[in-house]
Design a protein around this ligand. Structure first.
Ligand SMILES: [Zn+2]
Length: 288
């Protein structure tokens, strides 16, 4: 199997060649990371996205499709909670309500891009004044905070509001950070709200002028390093994102290695991330 991954950004897409071995490693990597949050049993999977984002017939896999597919290894059934209305994603109420009725009180997995979860789910469901009653849901989201930080939506507010709508614990809303060029290497929040690197990847927070690692407490550019890709040169990426180094081997959660926080994207650069460019393409930066 071969595939390419294209960024969705209105610019000529960045394409990377993905061979079978690299793809297998990426799948195994995501499984090993998510097992520490989900255990090994499968569960119903609600994706707050449109089904077309994960079209297996295409040879070009988008960033959104790659992320949706990564979580499918944990699913017994996959349900898409958004549909397109005049080209705009909206909540598919009959589908979402049917899912929540069938699986209320059971372990379920929920995934969505940060921007879509906030604008469509937190705002949309909140307006209806109802909770979905998915008390044992674990919610994963990623794909860019810039549009939300412009609205001063903090991580705490995001977790609280999303959890309220789904009916689950805010501690079970997990933000993860990762670059589409390094599918499989994701940096998931721990209970302290700090992001950690898995065994086969690491992250450096570097001074933008010297590219040297900063000291704990300081901020700098996020550089991500992954052992997974071997069919394209994606092992080391200096990102356009700013992060804060929290600690090394000292996070109270017990996980070793670098603990960091994502701060923001670097200003005055083109937006190239999947979630942030999604917000720009849809011409909106606030919940509707
Ligand atoms: Zn931690």
């Amino acid at each position: 199997m071969t595939a390419e991954i294209a960024l969705e950004d209105g610019q000529p897409p960045s394409r990377i060649f993905l061979d079978r071995l690299t793809a297998q490693r990426q799948t195994r990597a995501v499984l090993s990371i998510l097992k520490s949050y989900l255990g090994s049993h499968r569960r119903p999977y609600l994706v707050f996205d449109v089904a077309a984002s994960n079209d297996s017939e295409q040879s070009v896999l988008t960033a959104r499709g790659a992320a949706i597919r990564a979580f499918e290894s944990f699913s017994t059934e996959t349900v898409y909670g958004l549909r397109l209305e005049d080209g705009v994603p909206v909540v598919d109420w009959p589908v979402v309500e049917s899912f929540s009725t069938r699986h209320a009180g059971r372990d379920v997995l929920v995934f969505g891009f940060t921007f879509l979860l906030w604008t469509r789910v937190a705002a949309g469901l909140g307006d209806r004044g109802q909770s979905l009653g998915l008390g044992r849901a674990k919610v994963f989201h990623g794909g860019g905070w810039k549009s939300l930080s412009e609205q001063a939506v903090s991580k705490r507010t995001f977790n609280t509001e999303v959890a309220k709508v789904l009916g689950c614990s805010p501690q079970h809303v997990y933000d993860f950070y990762g670059m589409v060029e390094q599918v499989g290497s994701i940096f998931v929040d721990c209970e302290q709200g700090h992001k950690h690197a898995p065994n086969f990847a690491t992250v450096l927070i570097v001074d933008p002028t010297t590219l040297r690692m900063v000291s704990p407490g300081e901020s700098g550019l996020i550089q991500v390093i992954s052992l997974l890709p071997s069919s394209y040169p994606g092992q080391v990426l200096l990102t356009e994102d700013q992060g804060q180094l929290i600690s090394i081997d000292q996070c109270p959660c017990g996980r070793q290695g670098v603990a960091f926080r994502f701060l923001s994207r670097v200003e005055r650069l083109e937006r190239r991330g999947c979630g942030d460019t999604l917000a720009v393409r849809m011409g909106e930066n606030r919940p509707s």
